[in-house]
Design a protein around this ligand. Structure first.
Ligand code: A3P
Length: 280
């Protein structure tokens, strides 16, 4: 079990992200038309990736996450000739410098961290690449301490929020997608400079429902190029429940109180915190 995880700059990564690759992130060559799809794990990355790839009517390649693999990753991405949609769970500080210099478009998706924690707990239980956790209570402790893969949810969110006024970064919330997907798809389409008609958008929304995406996944054999999470190449682990507020089925009142305390302390200067707490 110890070999599943290693730490790099204080953040836990699975051994599928080699230290050499993590050390060489700044050697990544960005292209002006790259689009980065950024998230903390379990925030709705696959949902968003589904929407984005369906929006384009020109050839695009949805790559595997930047931080997944070994040194061959640099070359693998270099060799793609089409436009690249590149997922990553990296926090802002670890993001390869060239993507920042070239002001590549980036979409950051986040989700109520209580639901994110619950989703991640189940992922820890199902995903053989992650260490064993015995109980929800034990996992919640790790989550609040930031002692989970990809580090602290709070640090991740705050590192990106610092760039909330950057014109090249679009911030999205899982709960907004649940509430009004067509509106968000329209917003994405405008941000990416794609001229999607209302009819296109309706179609995309239909194809991107939880049940449609889950069904599609069960049809195809798990193709590694289809995960956008650095923690698995098994797409079948992704579509669990797809709802807002599942945390209510897991948290005790005491755990909820403690979470709220940590949240208000860590997020006290956050301007975007209110978007994450509709369902608190
Ligand atoms: P749950 O575990 O709460 O069900 P990621 O893609 O970042 O790994 O996030 C996975 C979470 O997004 C899972 O949450 C998954 O069910 C949910 N999800 C995936 N596709 C979805 C969709 N089309 N609609 C709503 N939720 C979706």
């Amino acid at each position: 079990e110890a070999e599943l995880i290693h730490k790099f700059k204080g953040i836990s990564f699975t051994t599928m992200s080699s230290p050499e690759l993590l050390n060489s992130l700044d050697a990544f060559d960005a292209r002006e038309d790259d689009v980065l799809l950024v998230s903390y794990p379990k925030s709705g990355t696959h949902w968003l990736a589904g929407v984005i790839t369906k929006l384009y009517n020109t050839p695009v390649t949805l790559t595997t996450p930047i931080e997944l693999g070994d040194m061959s990753k640099l070359e693998e991405l270099n060799q793609l000739s089409s436009k690249r949609i590149i997922p990553t769970h990296l926090d802002y500080n670890m993001l390869p410098q060239h993507f920042k210099n070239k002001k590549c478009k980036m979409i950051y998706i986040s989700r109520n961290p209580k639901d994110t924690a619950v989703s991640m707990y189940h992922y820890y239980r199902e995903n053989p690449n992650l260490p064993t956790v015995d109980t929800w209570t034990a996992f919640l402790d790790l989550f609040l301490e930031g002692d989970v893969v990809c580090g602290s949810w709070f640090d991740h969110f705050l590192s990106w929020e610092e760039h909330k006024n950057d014109k090249n970064i679009l911030f999205l919330f899982y709960e907004d997608m649940k509430r009004n997907l067509p509106k968000i798809v329209k917003e994405i389409s405008i941000f990416l400079g794609i001229n999607a008609s209302d009819e296109d958008i309706q179609d995309i929304c239909k194809q991107s429902s939880f049940s449609e995406m889950k069904k599609d996944t069960e049809k195809e054999n798990s193709d590694p190029s289809h995960t956008v999470c650095a923690l698995t190449s098994n797409r079948k682990l992704i579509f669990r429940k797809g709802t807002v507020g599942d945390w209510k089925n897991h948290f005790t009142p005491k755990q909820n109180l403690r979470f709220d305390e940590v949240f208000s302390e860590k997020m006290k200067f956050s301007k975007m915190a209110k978007h994450l707490t509709y369902e608190f």
